[in-house]
Design a protein around this ligand. Structure first.
Ligand SMILES: NC(=O)C1=CN([C@@H]2O[C@H](COP(=O)(O)OP(=O)(O)OC[C@H]3O[C@@H](n4cnc5c(N)ncnc54)[C@H](OP(=O)(O)O)[C@@H]3O)[C@@H](O)[C@H]2O)C=CC1
Ligand SMILES: O=C(O)C1=NCCCC1
Length: 341
């Protein structure tokens, strides 16, 4: 939602945007390696029209780095735990460089054992989750990832917030198609989209959240100011969010969404939690058939009238961006240039 208004739109080549973001990350306390990984991630989100986790997030990254809450120079510690299991201590840094450090070993293990788990803890994830899984499907692998965030979601049937917005992302190869990818918060709405709505003075649809008194509200400011989000789909989304807390925090050694206290770090925005990634090599059981069966599934969904696949909107926006440049508002670009100094 809330793409930049067409009147104020500028377009720039992906590489230029990535370079600008890399400069910002370096200027504000990240190592060359971390800046490179985060810049690619954030520019990719902007390119694909994933606005809640594109350049909108840059001021939050900068204020977090300035607060000392996250270590932009952390070197992740990768431990080979078992034939199908890797553990990474992100050492208080971002989750994506931790994934990058363990990725070659993760792919090797998935290809040799058929399945491998990457458990990241002591990490900060402030981004969309699909960039973490989609590249595995490009290599013919199936991937599932979960990450927990910060307390802002009331479990179904409860009175107070406890869970994070806790997204789940999945990617699978599909013969002759872009990979099948979905990536969704387990809350009715991502926190980033609530912030964007508040900033632009929009009301939300009903059923997204409650105010500080626990009453239903469509006012994003009321959700952000002492209120909370609801899980999507009532008890079902709530159960998935609970699962994310277990897999991303309890299983990795990371914090639950309510366990960290950033109040001593004004400006800190990045949840200090954990992330789990499971990678499966479908060729172990199905040879080349899995990608063909994926294709068959897509075709059957289309035959019954599917309007679009999850991920399809992003791929369409990516195609346009590759042709015409990545879209952002003039105001956003000016803000980025100021942060780059
Ligand atoms: N790091 C963190 O802690 C957190 C990150 N996030 C991120 O926020 C982002 C937004 O999450 P969320 O708002 O839940 O995502 P959306 O509700 O916008 O989309 C969820 C998924 O459904 C697909 N989809 C949307 N509309 C349709 C449709 N009409 N038909 C078929 N498929 C559809 C999307 O595909 P498409 O992309 O093509 O639109 C996407 O894969 C995610 O990238 C998530 O990872 C969220 C919470 C916490
Ligand atoms: O949009 C969200 O929800 C979040 N995104 C980044 C991390 C915090 C939660």
């Amino acid at each position: 939602m809330s793409a930049p208004t067409p009147s104020a739109l500028v377009r720039m080549p992906f590489a230029e945007l990535q370079g600008l973001l890399q400069t910002i990350f370096k200027q504000h306390g990240c190592s060359e390696a971390v800046a490179g990984v985060l810049a690619h991630n954030c520019a990719s989100a902007q390119r694909d029209g994933a606005h809640s986790h594109g350049v909108f997030r840059i001021p939050g990254y900068v204020s977090t780095l300035a607060s000392g809450w996250v270590d932009g120079r952390a070197t992740p510690e990768v431990t080979d735990v078992a034939p199908g299991y890797i553990r990474v201590d992100a050492r208080g840094g971002f989750a994506q460089p931790a994934l990058a450090a363990a990725r070659p070993m993760l792919v090797d293990k998935a290809r040799s054992a058929g399945i491998a788990v990457l458990a990241i803890h002591n990490s900060h994830h402030f981004a969309a989750l699909w960039p973490d899984v989609e590249p595995f499907a490009d290599e013919g692998l199936v991937a599932l990832s979960v990450v927990n965030s910060m307390t802002c979601v009331v479990p179904h049937g409860a009175r107070k917030p406890l869970f994070g917005t806790n997204p789940i992302a999945f990617a699978a190869p599909c013969a002759g198609h872009d990979p099948i990818v979905f990536d969704m918060a387990t809350s009715a709405m991502a926190h980033g989209d609530v912030q964007i709505a508040a900033r632009s003075g929009q009301q939300l649809p009903e059923g997204m959240g409650v105010d500080a008194a626990g009453q239903p509200t469509t006012d994003p400011a009321a959700i952000l100011d002492g209120g909370a989000l609801l899980p999507f789909g009532g008890h079902k989304g709530s159960a998935l969010s609970m699962m994310v807390e277990l897999l991303a925090a309890a299983l990795t050694g990371g914090h639950f969404s309510w366990e960290f206290d950033w109040s001593g770090h004004p400006g800190a925005k990045t949840p200090w939690t954990g992330q789990l990634i499971i990678v499966i090599d479908p060729s172990k059981a199905e040879g080349e058939r899995f990608a063909l069966r994926s294709r068959e599934l897509v075709e059957q969904m289309q035959a019954v009238g599917l309007s679009r696949m999850p991920g399809e909107r992003r791929y369409r926006e990516r195609e346009v961006a590759e042709r015409e440049g990545v879209a952002l508002s003039e105001q956003e670009l000016q803000g980025l240039r100021e942060l780059a100094g």
